[in-house]
Design a binder for this molecule. Structure first.
Ligand code: ADP
Length: 159
């Protein structure tokens, strides 16, 4: 069974993430979406809420499993027999960091990284842009799934 992981903060999940998850799910038997608990980034949504929203969003993809992890990604891969990390590449600005991580993870543990080119429509899109726009009352409905849009309105409205 070929398994891959799509890791990230997903705070919150966007159509850019979803595009990568869907496309990756066509190439592997199972995709694990791992919400990484980041010690340095302050978050808008709790990990439990992020997981709930991702699960609703990928409900139509039977080979996608949503989970969280707070350690090293390569340890998560080992523990779940995952051989490949799939990441989205938006622009050259993502490249340096992703290349460094891919090389590090390959050398440290033999886990491969596949970098998938983002769909052009989503190349500007990040969770931080969504959070920023939503904070100032901007319309983010074209960037995130409807359930996330409802949740973000409640979250920023009720700060
Ligand atoms: P963000 O940078 O949006 O906060 P994450 O840390 O949650 O995102 O990113 C997780 C993964 O999803 C990374 O591999 C990132 O490159 C990818 N990703 C995020 N946004 C997009 C997008 N718009 N298109 C393609 N991949 C994306």
């Amino acid at each position: 069974m070929k398994r891959a992981v799509c890791p990230g903060s997903f705070d919150p999940i966007t159509f850019g993430h979803l595009d990568i998850i869907k496309r990756a799910s066509n190439h592997f038997d199972q995709i694990f979406v791992a919400v990484l608990e980041n010690r340095t980034k302050s978050s808008l949504f709790t990990v439990a809420k992020r997981i709930e929203m991702i699960r609703e969003t990928v409900a139509d993809l039977p080979n996608v499993i949503v989970d969280s992890w707070s350690g090293l990604l390569v340890d998560y891969c080992k523990g779940n027999s995952i051989t490949t990390i799939v990441k989205g590449l938006r622009a050259v600005t993502d490249f340096d960091y992703e290349l460094q991580m891919a090389q590090l993870n390959l050398q440290a543990s033999g886990v491969e990284t596949m970098l998938m080119a983002t769909a052009p429509a989503y190349s500007f899109l990040s969770s931080s842009i969504v959070r920023e726009l939503a904070h100032y009352g901007g319309d983010v409905s074209s960037m995130i799934p409807p359930n996330v849009n409802t949740a973000i309105k409640l979250r920023v409205g009720g700060k």
